[in-house]
Design a binder for this molecule. Sequence first.
Ligand code: TYM
Length: 336
Amino acid sequence: MEQTTNQKKVILSGIQPTGVFTLGNYLGAIRNWVVLQEEYRCAYMIADLHSITVRQEPAKLRQQILSAFATLLACGIDPEKSLVFIQSQVPQHAELSWVLSCYTQFGELSRMTQFKDKSAKHADNVNAGLFTYPALMAADILLYQADLVPVGVDQKQHLELTRDVAVRFNNAYSDTFTLPEPYIPKVGAKIMSLADPTKKMSKSDENPNGFVTILDGPDVIIRKFKRAVTDSDTRVCYAEGKDGINNLMTIYSVVTGKTLDEVEREFEGKGYGDFKLAVGEAVSDHLRPVREEHKRLLADKAYLEQVYSEGARRAQQIAQRTLSKVYRKVGFVPVK
Ligand code: TYM
C-alpha cells in the first residue's frame, strides 16, 4: 500500500460489521477483494463508523467488529499483501468527512436510495449521520486516492456521488483527489434474498431464511437453500420472470466456476429439489475453509490485535497525507 514503492493502481473498499457477512457480501465484494490484492495496492476496512447510523448494542458491536475483521482474514485478505484496518481507528476518516460534507449538497444526499430505504425502515431514528453517510464514504475512498472501488451494485450511487464531490473539490482548489471508478463484478453483483428473490440479500433482513451467512454451518445452509422461493415451473434455466432460479443459478455458477449454460445442462431433466440441494452443498463446501479459519483466528486475540493495530498505524500515515493537503487547500493553519 506504500504509495512510493510502485505505480500499481490503488483499491479501497469497506464493509459494515452490522452482522455476520452474507453470501451476498462475499460473492458481490469480498471474493473479488481477495483476487484483486494480487495485482493492485489494496486497502480494505471494517466500516464501523458507518454502522452506528443504526442503533447498535455496544458489547455486541465490539464483538462483531472483531469477528468481521477475522472474517476478512479468513476469506483470504492477506495483511502481507493488503492494508487491512478498522475505520474508527483512523481518525482522518471522520475529519475529512466533515470537510466533504461541506461540499455535498442537501439535494444530492436526499436522492440517495439507501437513505430513503433506511429512513423508511428506521422511521424513529432518521439521524443526521444516516443522511450524511455518503460524505463519510467519500472520505474513506478519497483519503487513499483510490482508483478503483470493488462493490456490489447497491453502492454504485454512493460512488457516483463520491466522484461528483471529488470533481467539485478539485475544481475549487486544483487537483487534490484521484477520481475513483466503481469495480462491479459481471456475475454476483446483486445476490437476491432466498425468501423473496425480488429483494437484495441483506444481513439486516428480518427473515433469517432470506440470507445465508459466510459462517453458517452445512445444515443451516442446506436447509435455507432447500426452502428457497422459486417458481411453479420445473426446468432449471435462466429466464425472465424466474428470479429465484436465476439467483440460485448465479450463486451456483460463481461458487463452482461453471457458466450458466453449463449449469443448465448439468440439471437437464432434474427437478428443482435436486438443484437446490446441489446449490446448498456447493455453497457449504466452498465456505468450509472460511468457517474453520475464522474460528481459529477469533481464538487468537493477540494476532488479531497485532494485525489491526499495525493496519491502523499504516492507514493513518497514508490518510494524513491527503488530509493535510486538504486542510492546507481549504485555508486552515497548521500546528507549528
Ligand atoms: P455493506 O456493508 O452493506 O456491504 C459490503 C459489500 O457487499 C456488497 N453487497 C452485495 N453484493 C451483492 N449482492 C448482495 N446482496 C450484496 N449485499 C451487499 C455491497 O455492495 C458492498 O460492496 N457503505 C458500504 C460500506 C463502505 C464502503 C466504503 C464501501 C463504507 N465505506 C468505501 C466501499 C468504499 C456498505 O454499507 O456496504
